[in-house]
Ligand binder design. Structure first.
Ligand SMILES: Nc1ncnc2c1ncn2[C@@H]1O[C@H](COP(=O)(O)OP(=O)(O)OP(=O)(O)O)[C@@H](O)[C@H]1O
Ligand SMILES: [Mg+2]
Length: 256
């Protein structure tokens, strides 16, 4: 039995100028411990909405179904409690935080998670040492740490910064929402490597992507096709190849 992440019949809506708009319509998904899964799906199918709902963004109202993570009712927890449990979301559009220093922001986040895990907090020196090892690994300039969070970062720099956060926070479960978009070929490899290097029995991930190429590097355990607020098909790496070759129509027809 999977007692890591189990989502059943999840329904969620958003307020669209006073009218509720249903986006997730009975979504079922299981990610076992230690596995990396991918979600592909047409624009507007609800992939980012799923990631926001799992991370606890408040604009979305869950109207049905459940999401259990490590035996806990994930949806009942505050966003910071979810983070403390080990859930991490890399945003499709990383938020800019003017006036907030990137290194301070990261250290605060890392220490909050360490406190929750009853680990010793990192002091300034320990943090810098740890973060410099990661920026080097990700081929990021240390200059990015001195700047305000994401302010003036290029598209690719923002995505690398998300991977930096992920590697520093060491989540149990990471959701990467199109972290590959806007990356040049070398950066794509670095991001994939960032994910692969965390692979292990204590790390699972959900990779949302439009590009089969990323999955060539990451080699997910399963690939799910999402459309109209549901998972409509699941399979192995061959699903991504079939999508690349033939598009979504074959799957959409099967559920029409
Ligand atoms: N605040 C909002 N108000 C109105 N509609 C919204 C809002 N947020 C999301 N939606 C709608 O919900 C649907 C799903 O959006 P979502 O961002 O989850 O799609 P997606 O699968 O991530 O798409 P993409 O591949 O383009 O990133 C879209 O039709 C979108 O316009
Ligand atoms: Mg999206």
């Amino acid at each position: 039995m999977n007692d890591f992440l189990k989502i059943s019949g999840l329904c969620a809506q958003i307020d669209d100028n006073g009218t509720p708009k249903e986006i997730l319509r009975g979504l079922d998904l299981e990610v076992p411990k230690g596995q990396i899964h991918a979600i592909m799906g047409p624009n507007g199918s609800g992939k980012s909405t799923l990631s926001y709902v799992l991370a606890g963004r408040e604009d979305y109202e869950v109207t049905g179904g459940s999401a259990e993570f490590l035996g806990e009712d994930l949806l009942a927890l505050e966003p910071e409690e979810r983070a403390a449990l080990g859930v991490f979301l890399a945003f499709q559009a990383p938020i800019e935080l003017p006036g907030v220093n990137n290194a301070n922001f990261l250290r605060t986040a890392v220490n909050a998670v360490r406190r929750a895990r009853k680990e010793e907090e990192l002091d300034a020196v320990g943090f810098l040492k740890a973060v410099r090892a990661e920026t080097k690994h990700l081929h990021m300039s240390d200059d990015m740490l001195k700047r305000n969070v994401n302010v003036g970062f290029s598209g690719g720099e923002k995505k690398r910064n998300e991977v930096l956060q992920m590697r520093m926070l060491r989540p149990k479960f990471a959701i990467l929402d199109e972290t590959d978009s806007g990356l040049d070929i070398d950066a794509l490899r670095i991001v994939a490597e960032g994910v692969n290097s965390l692979r292990g029995s204590d790390f699972s991930a959900l990779i949302i992507t439009h590009h089969q190429r990323l999955l060539d590097y990451i080699k997910p355990d399963r690939v799910h096709v999402m459309a109209k607020g549901k998972i409509i098909h699941s399979g192995g790496g061959e699903v991504a190849l079939a999508l690349e070759a033939q598009g979504y129509q074959q799957y959409l027809e099967a559920v029409a």
